[in-house]
Write a protein that binds this ligand. Sequence first.
Ligand SMILES: Nc1ncnc2c1ncn2[C@@H]1O[C@H](COP(=O)(O)OP(=O)(O)OP(=O)(O)O)[C@@H](O)[C@H]1O
Ligand SMILES: [Mg+2]
Length: 272
Amino acid sequence: MTGATDCIIEIRNLWTQFGLQVVHRDLNLCVHRGEVLSLVGGSGSGKSTLLREMLGLEHPTQGEVKVFGISLRDGDPAELNRIRNRWGMLFQEGALFSALSVYENIALPLRELKTLDDELIHDLVMLKLDMVGIERGHAAKMPSSLSGGMVKRIGLARALSLEPELLFLDEPTAGLDPDRSESFCTLIAHLKRELGLTVVMVTHDLDTIVSISDRVAVLADQKIAALGTVAEVAAVPHPFIVNFFQGERGKRALEGLKLPQPAPDAPLRQAH
Ligand SMILES: Nc1ncnc2c1ncn2[C@@H]1O[C@H](COP(=O)(O)OP(=O)(O)OP(=O)(O)O)[C@@H](O)[C@H]1O
Ligand SMILES: [Mg+2]
């Protein structure tokens, strides 16, 4: 069980320091089961580092990260191995191994289980291709012959191959044109509904944030400076937020959302 109610990821009093540079200072965050949480913040604010800490690829200087109620630092190694199969990650760059075909890229995590025969792996790979809207005929292709949108979808198929409950996305729509970006967001929203996924997504893209986030967490001043729905966060009078949401692109992306008027001295919403 998790400490706080229904936190699939629970971060408590987290500090990250590289030499003298403090990247996160006493940061707290709870990711709720079944939500899409977007993590935004300026360049160098520590988004990727926080994502790596949620995956256990790096450990914070102080504080705790629990995923599925298990501490990534102190958890039992066997249990930690098991939970790694309950999340999937779509990396921003190098989403696919260039020397492997589409089929082998998606099959790789399944083969690593060492419990599935070739026939079952084949069926599962084909199902994953269907799931992300890629025709089965593309299975034999090499990544270099695919468009950027297809690479993202196949990367997503691989991230989903072990049927995770939790999905991490790093800039999933970066580099995609607006149409491909929109259809990728539609796909994520659909998969979230169908599979009951929890999604943590780092992104700069306002259209993506507005279209699929249940909540947005803003990383600024070395902590979660604001947390809430897009409309709630957009109304917080923090300089980064004002800049981010009130530019031309921000205003366009926010059109249609009913925004509360920012109170001049509204307190910043804290994590929890
Ligand atoms: N291994 C490391 N050693 C030293 N400094 C690091 C290390 N990893 C990250 N940093 C520093 O920590 C800060 C946060 O980096 P991070 O990559 O998490 O930022 P980010 O929010 O993802 O930025 P961007 O939007 O540009 O990707 C940066 O100043 C970076 O230089
Ligand atoms: Mg980054």
